[in-house]
Design a protein around this ligand. Structure first.
Ligand SMILES: Cc1cc2nc3c(=O)[nH]c(=O)nc-3n(C[C@H](O)[C@H](O)[C@H](O)COP(=O)(O)OP(=O)(O)OC[C@H]3O[C@@H](n4cnc5c(N)ncnc54)[C@H](O)[C@@H]3O)c2cc1C
Length: 386
């Protein structure tokens, strides 16, 4: 049976996320304008939420009665436009890799740290087979020696370091396997790259680092190879879709309100022939939003069926990100068209939502790459990494 109804606990958690979002909207412009190099214009947690229950902590503490923890998480992200993060929320992707693939000894050594994920390089983003950062084992000291450069790394300048994907030494067939290492910020040979200013999501710090003969002990080498590391994207890609949908929801609601203020109220029963062009375009965007919502929730449902550390929902995860990433661009662009000059005014948040949402179709695998991944899976095409 297909059942789209939310449980009472889902609804409670969504209500908490919505409450937080209303407060975040008040601070969105400050976060957008004044977040510089990872420094925020307010302390975390923001005083406005300090005494309130943290929605995601509430979920982590008690997910009994939800449709499932991962579904509730996605629903909450859709309910919150991520306009301003008012809490010191942990986005540490590298820490998730350590948690899943680290030994007890490695978790004891690095588990308390916040670790970013270091995959992208100046010449290797969409195509990780181009990764040139490398590791060499020094038999004399028992250390690994790392060289290379990573760019566009979320939160590197404010976290403790990064789980970093590099090439190892050639095996007997001449292939260079992928390895992951914990690289700490500030350790000898790790060069700092200034934070990168970007058009949207300015509260999200972005930086990079270089590695010049960085020596790391054997314990810093995780068992996560290429496939294991990338498997963590399956959980995250529908969440990127969910965040984009949250922003689009704000944009659609705002557009409807502004139309209403101009005397145009949407009558869904009217039929296409009886509607104005503005109404018709808005309704089409709402339908697109619903479709993207559907594939996103489907990916999360599939995750509940096959389990989180699984590759068996990777196609659904890619579909959700491809569809929601593209939908988000279309929805925000069309709403700008419907709104006219009001949309461009910094008096409102519409122009910020338009800037913020573009990123959803780039990071964690651009839309084009998601479509390649889905096509590869459907056609049974496997490309060997070299
Ligand atoms: C806000 C933000 C946060 C990020 N956080 C992290 C992070 O924490 N860790 C990390 O490692 N990386 C991170 N990234 C990097 C991100 O994952 C890459 O930017 C992304 O994978 C694209 O790689 P690229 O920038 O090298 O672009 P390219 O790979 O050069 O792609 C440029 C364009 O070409 C298209 N393209 C490339 N190949 C193909 C193809 N075969 N077919 C069709 N089109 C193609 C792409 O879709 C894209 O539109 C982040 C990026 C951003 C913007």
């Amino acid at each position: 049976m297909v059942d789209f109804s939310l449980t009472r606990r889902d609804e409670e958690l969504v209500a908490l996320a919505e409450r937080e979002n209303k407060i975040a909207l008040k601070h969105a412009r400050a976060a957008d304008v004044h977040s510089i190099d990872g420094a925020l214009p307010f302390a975390l947690p923001h005083p406005d939420v300090a005494g309130l229950q943290d929605p995601f902590e509430a979920l982590a503490n008690d997910h009994e009665g939800t449709s499932s923890e991962v579904i509730a998480e996605a629903l909450m992200m859709i309910s919150s436009a991520a306009d301003a993060d008012l809490r010191d929320r942990d986005h540490a992707f590298g820490s998730l890799v350590l948690e899943e693939f680290g030994t007890d000894e490695q978790k004891a050594k690095y588990g308390h740290l916040k670790l970013a994920i270091g995959l992208t390089e100046p010449g290797a983003g969409s195509d990780p087979s181009m990764i040139r950062s490398n590791s060499r084992y020094d038999a004399e000291t028992g250390d690994y020696v790392l060289n290379g450069e990573k760019t566009f790394i979320s939160f590197f300048n404010i976290y403790d370091g990064a789980v970093t994907l590099v090439r190892g030494e050639p095996d007997e067939k001449g292939n260079r396997p992928f390895h992951t290492f914990v690289v700490l910020r500030g350790q000898e040979g790790v060069g700092k790259v200034p934070s990168i200013r970007k058009m949207g999501m300015r509260q999200h710090d972005l930086a990079g680092f270089s590695m010049q003969d960085v020596r790391v002990p054997e314990i810093a080498k995780l068992s996560a190879d290429f496939a294991k590391t990338f498997s963590k994207f399956n959980h995250n890609r529908p969440l990127v879709a969910a965040v984009a949908l949250g922003t689009c929801r704000s944009m659609l609601d705002f557009t409807r309100e502004r139309l209403e203020a101009r005397g145009i109220s949407i009558d869904y029963a009217k039929g296409a022939a009886g509607r104005s062009a503005a109404e018709d375009r808005l309704i089409r965007m709402e339908a697109l939003w619903e479709a993207a919502w559907g594939v996103t929730m489907y990916a999360k449902w599939k995750q509940t069926q096959v389990g989180t550390p699984s590759y068996d929902y990777r196609t659904e995860a890619s579909i959700s990100k491809a569809i929601a990433g593209k939908a988000a661009r279309t929805i925000t662009q069309t709403c700008l068209d419907i709104l006219g000059p009001e949309a461009l005014s910094e008096h409102y948040l519409a122009e910020k939502w338009f800037r913020d949402v573009r990123i959803a179709d780039i990071y964690e695998g651009a839309g084009e790459i998601q479509r390649v991944l889905v096509a590869r899976e459907m056609l049974g095409y496997k490309r060997e990494l070299n």
